[in-house]
Design a protein around this ligand. Structure first.
Ligand code: NI
Ligand code: MN
Length: 246
């Protein structure tokens, strides 16, 4: 299992994540930035967006996609229903796909996998059907694999994600209420057979009460005990990776 990647993995805040590849491409996942109370000020208006991956249609994930599309013309990857909605809003370069499919964007292979959640799009006063929620497995240019779980509860098919794709790093929600709490996330880490977790989707609002410390406790309490899992407790805006870069 590779110890690191030449790409940079930045947890911006909430579920928003940026991948910077060695070739200089910037890939955003769930770019909820300007209205995100946890987003560092310097990250609210990106200068470069080559691709956007959307896990589902909720406002805290769709986020700034419409404006970023207008400003930066990224390739957008999302489920079919969200792609139709974005196209109706005038957005171009949208790749609508579904679970089990793989596309390549900005030099990264992106596989859509399942999530146990919902995906409605709030469009003014209407709640529009947004298809099914998803997670993504990213195969970075150096082969390092990152699983971004999106919003989800723990579900048994995480075992398939682990066995089939063997991700090296997982970004898992831990806040609770709308997503997994640390107890469920620890069990998810076990199902995935993952060695490293970056906890996300916590602390943005008081109701998202799970903490990385609680995740460590829940991992230590797993019975029977499993292999060690490194909890990478990044600050918002913090970056992991970049190993081997000169
Ligand atoms: Ni959600
Ligand atoms: Mn959410």
């Amino acid at each position: 299992m590779p110890a690191t990647t030449t790409s940079l993995v930045t947890w911006i805040a909430h579920a928003a994540t940026r991948i910077d590849t060695p070739a200089g491409k910037a890939i955003y996942i769930d770019p909820w930035l300007r209205e995100n109370p946890a987003c560092p000020d310097g990250m609210k208006r990106p200068r470069q967006v080559d691709a956007i991956l959307l896990t589902h249609g909720h406002f805290d994930h769709l986020g700034d996609t419409l404006e970023l599309a207008r400003l930066h013309h990224p390739t957008i990857v999302c489920n079919h229903e969200i792609s139709v909605w974005l196209a109706a809003k005038g957005v171009e370069n949208v790749i609508g796909m579904n679970k089990g499919g793989t596309v390549e964007v900005a030099g990264v292979r992106v596989t859509m996998v399942g999530a146990d959640h919902s995906s409605g799009i709030q469009d003014g006063d209407e709640l529009v059907y947004g298809g099914e929620p998803a997670g993504f497995v990213l195969t970075l240019p150096d082969g390092f694999k990152v699983y971004h779980a999106g919003d989800t509860n723990v579900f048994g098919d995480m075992r398939i994600v682990g066995e089939l794709y063997r991700p090296d790093l997982a970004l898992l929600p831990i806040g609770g209420h709308y997503v997994m709490s640390p107890t469920e996330a620890a069990y998810a880490a076990r199902l995935l057979g993952i060695a490293r977790v970056i906890p996300i989707h916590y602390g943005t609002f008081p109701i998202l009460a799970g903490t990385p410390a609680q995740l460590r406790e829940a991992l230590a309490a797993l019975s029977p005990p499993g292999p060690p899992v490194e909890v990478i407790d990044l600050p918002r805006g913090g970056t992991w990776g970049g190993g081997g870069r000169s």
